[in-house]
Design a protein. Sequence first.
Length: 580
Amino acid sequence: MEKYLKRYIDWLTSDYIDEDTRAELKAIKDDENEIKTRFLSFMEFGTGGLRSKMCAGDGMMNIYTVAHATAGAAQAVLEAFPDARERGVIIGYDCRNNSARFARRCAEVMTAYGIKVYLFDELRPTPMLSFGVRHFGCAAGINITASHNPAVYNGYKFYWEDGAQPTFQIADKVSAFMQSTDIFSVPKPEDADESLITMVGRDFDELFISNVLSEGVYPDMIAKAADDLQVVYTPLCGCGYRIVPDVLHRVGVKNLFTVDAQMTPNGNFPGLPKPNPEYPAAFIEAIKVAEKVNSDIIIANDPDADRIGVMARDRSGEFKCVTGNQMGSLLLDYIFTALEEKGKMPEKPFAVKTIVTSEMATAICKKHNVELDNCLTGFKNIAEAVARHENTDHGAFLLGYEESYGYMKGSYSRDKDGVVAAMLICEMAAYYSLRGMTLIDAIDELYKKYGYYMEYSAEIYMEGLDGKDKIAAMMEKLRNMVPETLAGSRVVNVRDYLAQTSKNVLTGEVTGTGLASSNVMYYLAENGCVVVARPSGTEPKIKFYILANGKDYENASENARSCTNTLEDMLGLPHDSLKK
């Protein structure tokens, strides 16, 4: 009998599962492909934790796999910290269906191992979980969320004692436990010790908000522009519904308009097939409100409020998306400029971005004499870079960000924070408003000052049983191929971050990348254009990043198209296959 069929029968005949789960499994008894999809393997517990569709099976998000992962997390924590039981673990959750139930199950498992638990009494933004780990001095944290994925998904984010997501070594320990332990051998709900659970309420919110407010750069700017500054906000039916408007009102936003249909948390995300502020479609309802109230700016958080997207009105009155790269560049330049204007630029300032994020950041940091760290994709790597500076007492952290709409300012949290980002974006909009400029105007000024940059990403989904093999084959193909040119400029450097090698194509010299091993290929041309490919860590897809530049907007756009065509040729795809 195939292993996946045996696992299906193990589940179906177990006394451990509830009757609803048993009925769900019986309903697929004649669909071997569905059984194989659900039971072929466990979900991989990576540095980002777990993420999958919600249904019964070893490879899916359900009450049993959540408990199994939590037992592994408990073992990792107890092994790492002799005082883990006293320090405890903090647990939070988002608006998704089953999130509160999964979080409660995590608390039951942790307390069964004698570990104290701080459990949020209602849904909270993800950055508050990271802050909670640091504030309470916890050994670890767990947040039940699938971020911006469609409604059928849920996920499990794991955090270590520093409030950042863990290293591969820690994640591998949890994964090894899951692979070696029967999923139905973990503690049952009745094994929980309720006396070890401390509920975390709204008094904690005030602590978080005070830290957010302390990160203002020009805190009086919003008040000066308050009469004219009109902001539309939507949490996309998620966790930002209460905290973000509270923060914006406190910093002086008088004219704050919300998208009422999206202000109530709802795990079904009605009208939002992709509750992701990276996509213009997520702003459809918000634009209607903005047109009605004549607002120039729309802010949207993703459902767990760690990411943020913005649309701003241009001179013609049309709303345009501000990309993650553009917003990062805007915030960098604004923060640096504001600090210089106030005479408060700290000594040895530094910022952090990922290797797939716009190279405009390099030009901005160079202009303002700010050190820029480049790290691998993922906020755990940004957090690690910040911690490294702090541990060596080297520099003052000003901003960390990545192209996928995540920003971090301050040290109270070690994850991207859509709450502080909302405040800073409003502050920056007020700053430019007082100068008669919109954020779109400000972007144009950046291009004039630092050069024209054009970035975009594309992705290929490879779902199904052979998806991982297809992704691996595509990466291997890229690994064995070096294009001669990108955008008409010769390729001068190729980095294989998995092998941790950086090759000078012109001389043949090979050095290290200086970063941890990761399945990423990076190609750099002499003109500064970059192409990057990497598999997603949480979804069955491979992502491609085009980072182009040029003498003007049209030239940068043409270079971006040319880089994309080259990548498509390398993959054997028709041109225009990788348009976003």
